[in-house]
Design a protein. Sequence first.
Lengths: 275, 282
Amino acid sequence: MKLGVLQKWMQAVVVHPGTTNQALRSPAASRLLNASDLQSVLLPSPSLSPAERIVVYQEMYPLRMYDALAVDYPGIEHFLGDRFQEFVSAYTAAHPSRGYTLNRLGDHVPAFLKHQRRFSPRPFLVDLARLELSLTEAFDECQGSPFSAADFEAIPPGRIAKTRLLTVPSLRLLALDWNAGEYLDSVRDENHRHPKIAKDRSFILVFRRNYSVFRLRLSPSAFDVLEDIVAGQPLGRVVDRSLARRGSKRASPDDFTRWFRQWTAEGVFAGVKTA
Amino acid sequence: MNPKPKGNRFGFKDLGIGIGLRTAHYAHILAKAPKIDWFEILSENYLDTGGRPAYVLDQVAERYPVALHGVSMSIGSTDPLNCEHLKKLKSLADRTKAHWVSDHLCWTGVLGRNTHDLLPMPYTEEALTHTVKRVKQVSEILERPLVLENPSSYVEFAHSTMPEWTFLARLAEEANCGLLLDVNNVFVSSFNHRFDPIEYIDGIPADRVVQYHLAGHTNKGTHIIDTHSDHAVDEVWKLYAHSVKRTGRVATLYEWDEDVPAFDVVLKEARKADKFRRALPA
């Protein structure tokens, strides 16, 4: 058997989610090698038949995928419980790893959950997956250079309105509709006192400081202000837009001082771009 | 058996006895700066992160000699080489001043897919020609000789025309690469495929061995799985003792990846190699 054919056949068997017999007889494998001809490709050992030997690889594949996804999605794993393996199989069939690292295997989980019906409540799971993905992304992002209150105060007053603030690369903003954050906290709490899954509109800031990832709940008005900053709006326009909003989305002048002081102390900003 | 190594190891040094850098030991290493000769770095864990792993790696590379060890080069695959991966690998090797870059004689996937397993090669002329060509390409991109590790395996291909050690020996000579001899893998595969592990080791060109791996495994009765768990069994130490007599003192590393114990436990296991290294003539 030619090397290329052998590798395509073996991969088809190894990644098949069913039994080894089903894998050997699957269309992807059997078009390259008839299942009854297995002995012509794989030798038996004194204790194992060829089919029993390839089982070793076939059994390890889903375990490896499970471990990789469980590291990035502990909340989804906890919520789905025994069904997490079923989720892993379905997900990796739709989005097999195509990169050199397993660290990016779970990048499509939020989109995958959004378009499937097997796991529910779907909108809650999508929010939980988005939150967990943002934490993983923040963990791996490049380290931004620190920007202090003194740096901020050094901007000439006449230039502040046209200044654009740069945020650290790890910053992520999420508007969630379900209580995914509260649920994730309960997973990390060893008593696992889970909240009842419910709708809960929340605004979340994720960022990394000193190599630790943090998650803060923001007010709707603060969230909009940070979104405008991330979008590259100059500060004058950020403030004008916020003051023009209505209800809970409208900030007061005092809010800006408080927020900028807090966010600068937290290490959310990485620099400024003056006009 | 050739008892005296010819010394053709591309100038790669005997780094002494090291262990693999693992997340579970980060805090200990940074806080205590333990006395250890060197660390092996799992390349793929550090290629795309700018976070804590990258920070720890830079600290470690500043204080200790390091070598890079990968699991995704897929040198035997019939898919094209992943140039993006190789460029990042070179950049990581340059940044950490890695003494060498190693990966496995295996393939990890085809058709653009990665199973993240070290899948075995058939030992045929076709596979050898294919792998030699790719090792040369990789060495050119990395601008340094590649070092390849013998895999542990659980299947044997009926159409193989040579034993694994002959394949490795020919590959090393024809592609001009180094070898990372994993003694535990030799033992695991010798049990699974019922060959003589001494014959295997004696068939490896001693002057090409630039590094050793040692590890524990899991014996399932019918077969052994290379789990990198636990202490190495006595038979593996005996194979190591036999092999170092051929190669002389070569950088030696203990791998522990499952149920990773405290740093000092892994280091103590690694230092068992000292006894065999010290027994060699200076």
